[in-house]
Design a protein around this ligand. Structure first.
Ligand code: ATP
Ligand code: MG
Length: 334
């Protein structure tokens, strides 16, 4: 990339709702790392989003620090990229309020994440869960992001972000950059190991359904061994073979091998050999992340210092956009 050209901006965020899964890693975090050198990147721990499911306060605090450490552990450089905690930058909540007033009830009600999560937690269908997409739009638009690396499950939220931004720009003139989703070819949707028609989620109550990026090798082997497949005992990609397709996708992401190569490799072999190879590839991929995480999490003062600097860098950019939007809406300026 030309050095005298302004770098394109990337923003993405992850909720501290649990330890990231292999799905988060292959679908999002790995791309965050790959984009870190060529773009001006803003990466956030989305703690504001995570209270829609009411975590325990002490647990939220711990998970926020852990998620932050994990972002550094995957190889993000806090000097080069802006790595911060969402609640440390007030502008997110402020712009989200404004965007709420430029979003129709009907369009927010169509979001499949809202429908899924309301079904999962019928006892707590709060307004925050409903307004999730407008807060996510604020996260993105505040930084004038060009690209947003996400998994397929967040595509609909990116579309509503674009609609809200276009609507606002249409009313008030250019205010926000219209962001593009960046969805990797492989790993965009890793499925649950137990119910391979559903996406792998870190908030799943069945721990056998997901691999956490901090799972040790024995745990990885055990979980992959018990992954749901089918009774055919032949490794090939086909509609209806959801469990095998998913394991092939995971194996492909970790080794770079194509599906044809994988089919050839396991020609005449059963699922036992295949699962052992998948587990080995996953363990090799995650071991360096786990080691670096363990090193970093022991150094809280370093993490706090990075967080503080990250929040300041993020706030400078975010406040500029917030002021611009507030002025356009007509809020009285001092
Ligand atoms: P939660 O269940 O709390 O919503 P989550 O696993 O969906 O957790 P998020 O923090 O909501 O994680 O999402 C972080 C990023 O990971 C997003 O970019 C999302 O698109 C991506 N992602 C989530 N699940 C998967 C998956 N199974 N495969 C690929 N990418 C995923
Ligand atoms: Mg999610």
């Amino acid at each position: 990339m030309e050095t005298n050209e302004k770098k394109k901006v990337v923003l993405s965020a992850i909720q501290p709702t649990g330890t990231p899964t292999l799905g988060n890693y292959l679908g999002a975090l790995k791309n965050w790392k790959n984009m870190a050198d060529d773009y001006d990147c803003f990466y956030a721990v989305a703690d504001l989003h995570s209270i829609t499911v009411r975590p325990e306060p002490a647990q939220l605090r711990r998970r926020t620090l852990e998620m932050y450490a994990l972002l550094l552990a995957i190889g993000l450089d806090p000097e080069k990229n802006t790595v911060f905690v969402q609640s440390h930058v007030n502008a997110h909540a402020q712009l989200a309020w404004i965007l709420n007033c430029y979003t129709q009830f009907g369009e927010a009600a169509r979001m499949t994440q809202f429908k899924d999560k309301s079904e999962k937690h019928p006892e707590n269908v709060n307004v925050g869960l409903f307004a999730y997409p407008t807060l996510m739009a604020a996260d993105i638009l505040l930084y004038q992001a060009d690209f947003v690396p996400i998994g397929v499950d967040q595509k609909q939220h990116l579309e509503i972000t674009r609609n809200i931004a276009e609507r606002f720009n249409g009313l008030y003139g250019d205010t926000f950059t219209i962001p593009e989703p960046f969805i990797g070819k492989a790993g965009a949707k890793i499925m649950s190991l137990q119910e391979p028609t559903k996406k792998m989620s870190k908030s799943d109550t069945n721990v056998k359904a997901f691999i956490s990026v901090l799972d040790d090798t024995d745990t990885i082997v055990r979980k992959i061994k018990s992954a749901v497949t089918d009774s055919e005992a032949r490794v090939y990609y086909a509609e209806g073979k959801d469990g095998v397709n998913n394991l092939m996708g995971i194996y492909s992401c970790c080794t770079g091998k194509s599906f044809e190569e994988i089919e050839q490799e396991f020609e005449g072999k059963g699922y036992g050999d295949f699962k052992a190879a998948v587990a080995e590839a996953v363990a090799a991929e995650l071991a360096p992340v786990r080691d670096e995480f363990n090193r970093l999490i022991a150094d809280k003062s370093y993490l706090n210092a990075c967080m503080e600097a990250g929040a300041q860098k993020a706030a400078r950019v975010a406040n500029r956009t917030l002021r611009k939007a507030m002025k356009k809406v007509g809020f009285y300026q001092l």
